[in-house]
Design a protein around this ligand. Sequence first.
Ligand code: HEM
Ligand code: HEM
Length: 197
Amino acid sequence: MRMNQAARIQTRFHIALRIVHWGMALLILAMLFMGIGMVSTVAPAYPVLLALHREVGVALLVLVIVRLAIRLTTGTPPLPDDLPRWQIRAAQGSHAMLYLAMTTMPLIGWAMLSAGGYPVQVAGAVILPPILPGNIQLYSLLRGAHAAVACAFFALILAHMSAALVHALVRRDGIFASMAFGRRATGEAGEGGEAAS
Ligand code: HEM
Ligand code: HEM
């Protein structure tokens, strides 16, 4: 009741952002392994994997738009005061790159199928319109780009996960908790995202 509004600080990402973060993380990791599985098999599972890859990929494009809207409207918890400046820059830069990869991967997938003249069929019978004219050279370029950006994305995710684990297990500075669920060890924050003074 005696909450001092001026001193209220956010200690966690908004609950909606946390749900989307972990949901998308699972789907993106599944997509990377599914992609590698697809290009290394000629088994009858191939068309099933490709259809699933397309559907989940387009769903991820919708999710990243929703996520950006949540992120821009709900703010971010401040980083610890003792975090070196280079680490703050690295965190900001890597988050921007992760958003870039999350947006460009599905768009490149959609664009390359458009350029190759393949239908982008999702949700059963819906066929998305092509976003590029048919052009076989463009298809080949985008096919290479899809694989190259996937490799860079995977490397970025590994670096991001390593940093998150260092914060969780070594520094124990609350950064991991800012993206986690459940009660905070310090007990000051509720599930809604904002902490008491
Ligand atoms: C976050 C989203 C996505 C990720 C992480 C992802 C990842 C991958 C990966 C890792 C590969 C294998 C690349 C290689 O080694 O050559 C691949 C291939 C492919 N992806 Fe995606 N992809 C995504 C979205 C999409 C979307 C939205 C579409 C289509 C609408 C799509 C269509 C394809 C196709 C057609 C292939 C090539 C299959 C083949 O040559 O057999 N992807 N993807
Ligand atoms: C697999 C794909 C992943 C992507 C694309 C991703 C992306 C992001 C992004 C963009 C942020 C900034 C907050 C936001 O706007 O959502 C973030 C924060 C965070 N992520 Fe991930 N993440 C992934 C997986 C993971 C995994 C596996 C872990 C844990 C090991 C993790 C732990 C965290 C933590 C602790 C934060 C908050 C701390 C910070 O600001 O860095 N993420 N993530």
